[in-house]
Design a protein around this ligand. Sequence first.
Ligand code: UDP
Ligand code: MG
Length: 308
Amino acid sequence: MEKISVVVPCYNEEKSIPLFYSEIDKISKKMKKLNFEFLFINDGSSDKTLDVCKELAKKDKRVKYISFSRNFGKEAAMYAGMEHSIGDYVTIMDVDLQDPPELLPKMYNCIKEKGYDCVATRRVTRKGEPPIRSFLARRFYKLINKMSDIEMVDGARDYRLMTRQVVDSILSMKEYNRYSKGLFSFVGYKTKWLEYENRERAIGETKYNIWKLFMYAFEGIIAFSTTPLWIAAIVGIIFCLISFIAIIFIIIKTLCYGDPVGGWPSMVCIIFMVSGIQLFCIGIIGAYLSKTYLETKNRPIYIIKEKN
Ligand code: UDP
Ligand code: MG
């Protein structure tokens, strides 16, 4: 019998896990042709998430848990889950039921009968989300798709069903700064997109505030585009040209009218602006350098404290 692994990253989700388990258990009973394995990844939660996982594991042999030594982030949790999964198919689901488990049979059919390697999901609405978050997310997808050769689908979730081959391809990318939406796209394969209306979180609160999302967006751009580096270079060239024209203008003006000390305030403004732009460009280079620095350290993506 074929096996399917359900990877579930959990960070302070003691209340969501029982709800999630009862839903996924129903689905597993419907999909009789498959053996299920549930991998709960406790991403350094400070609540009773781990105890809840242990309880479940006692009740149900299909439940496995992996507990990190601290909070490593959802990306690390997904990686750990995929690395420990043994299924022929692997799916990643949020524990808050925002990724509808009832889509799973349809996803499985697409792979089994229509010959897809991977079935991904995207939400077509963002109902129930703070408007500022939706607005910034839309801008981000416009921006990154302009900047990167890799296609990032607006509204794409990490919720997807993959064959073992796709999972192995993703696992072969061992980079420390992980941006999975890009990595999924990077590996290619025949992918089917399923669309659904946004769901609100079943219980609990989002773990991503605006600042964390901003850093996540930044991570995506740095990981999948070198356009900012080019922008820095182009801004530099434009400013060289402007200053060249200004120098010629000033020389001619001084020769014609003679004006030795005029223009002091404008000089100060120019110095401020140009040094600002220089620092900005150094900052861009610094951002890439810092990511490269972290990569070369070869630190583990996650550290496990205990598992079953
Ligand atoms: N999550 C995690 N580590 C983190 C943050 C989140 O494992 O540092 C998990 C979280 O428990 C949930 C999923 O990632 O299962 C998505 O998080 P959340 O629902 O808070 O994000 P949102 O849906 O609001 O984007
Ligand atoms: Mg959520």
